[in-house]
Design a protein around this ligand. Structure first.
Ligand SMILES: Nc1ncnc2c1ncn2[C@@H]1O[C@H](COP(=O)(O)OP(=O)(O)OP(=O)(O)O)[C@@H](O)[C@H]1O
Ligand SMILES: [Mg+2]
Length: 348
């Protein structure tokens, strides 16, 4: 499988097509911030479709309806309420000075968001589409059990299984870190450490010859950095998100905001590595790794400038329980989980 689509930035429902036929089997990354679907065609080319996991409800009045129609904004009319989804929701939220609603929080479907389920279904349908054969296999990502919070993963998993089954698919769940291993560590016999630094959480998987031996999630990731850097600088979290995503060099932060972001990034990396060490210390029947292992970092939070350099600096400060050789970025960090889920679907 070649990765035709090398996108550094997610765009709404991005698709490339050579005109070749789609082959059955899909991978779906169900993320707090972004939903990503990977599929492949008869040329062996992978296609990525992605959408921001967000929506906005709008007052139904003639003025708004006319304005949306004039601006060519696609909207959904459901139970007499109007909604816009994905990137458009972000754009309109700025216009209306509101914040978008998010169907997921901290890695799972949100229990506090009233319209979460209905909107999530529409968002998923917009990128997954119809199955190319009845009962088409789709692997979708779920967070591993967290080490530092309570999580209703059972409901979340069941909800997506039901949704995809209703859409005509045969859904199977895979932990997010495992998907990173499948996507990135094929040349290393699927042995090593895969980490996905997402919006709501960090997911880790340590695998030996394709078998996950340690897997967990933590609740410190992108949103956590935004919230904490906002608290110490007196800015809104959304402002920190914008500064963070605009392009910072973590090895050379400029000004108080960037410095705060880097401090929390270092803490996040250190915390993640410490949790892996703890798991090794408390784990039983763990395999001996005969060779140095590779650590691969993926996810939107790893997209900041200098991430791998700072990761290596933090790593060097610790005594780690297994010998690590290379520390590298995923080939396509935003889409690695979806690719890994696609690899799982293709290998069945
Ligand atoms: N260039 C960038 N620099 C720093 N952070 C970024 C950049 N681009 C995106 N992010 C951050 O990445 C996070 C989203 O990443 P990602 O799409 O991997 O998450 P997700 O898979 O939707 O979430 P999760 O896995 O936690 O459920 C957000 O916190 C966002 O602010
Ligand atoms: Mg993710």
């Amino acid at each position: 499988m070649s990765k035709k689509e090398k996108n550094d930035e997610l765009e709404e429902v991005k698709e490339t097509s050579t005109g070749a036929q789609q082959v059955p089997g899909k991978g779906l990354d169900v993320g707090t911030a972004n939903l990503v679907c990977a599929s492949h065609d008869t040329d062996g080319e992978a296609t990525i479709k992605a959408i921001r996991n967000a929506f906005l409800d709008i007052q139904v009045d003639d003025y708004t309806r006319n304005m949306l129609t004039k601006l060519n904004v696609p909207f959904i009319n459901q139970n007499n309420r109007f909604y816009v989804i994905g990137e458009t929701a972000f754009e309109l939220a700025n216009v209306f000075n509101r914040t978008t609603k998010r169907p997921m929080k901290d890695g799972v479907i949100s229990s506090s968001e009233q319209d979460a389920l209905a909107m999530e279904k529409i968002l998923v349908e917009s990128i997954v589409g119809k199955p190319v054969v009845p009962n088409e296999l789709v692997y979708f990502s779920i967070p591993a059990d967290p080490v530092d919070s309570e999580m209703n993963n059972v409901f979340h998993k069941g909800m997506f299984e039901g949704m995809l089954t209703n859409m005509g698919y045969n859904p199977k769940a895979m932990t997010e870190g495992h998907a990173v291993i499948l996507s990135e560590l094929g040349d290393e016999e699927f042995t090593g450490i895969g980490i996905s630094f997402g919006g709501g959480m960090v997911n880790v998987c340590v695998a030996f010859k394709g078998v996950p031996v340690i897997y967990f999630s933590t609740s410190r990731s992108g949103d956590w950095i935004d919230k904490n850097a906002a608290a110490v600088t007196g800015l809104q979290a959304s402002r920190i998100t914008a500064i963070k995503e605009k392009g910072i060099d973590m090895t050379n932060p400029q000004g108080k905001e960037q410095e705060a972001i880097v401090i929390y990034y270092r803490n996040l990396i250190n915390y993640t590595l410490a949790q892996i060490s703890n798991k090794f210390a408390s784990g039983r029947d763990l395999p001996q790794f005969p060779k140095d292992v590779t650590i691969v970092c993926s996810g939107g939070t790893s997209m900041i400038g200098g991430f791998i350099d700072v990761f290596k600096q933090e790593f060097a400060k610790l005594s780690f329980p297994i010998a690590v050789g290379e520390i590298r970025h995923a080939e396509d960090p935003l889409n690695a989980v979806a690719y890994g889920c696609l690899v799982a679907s293709m290998s069945e």
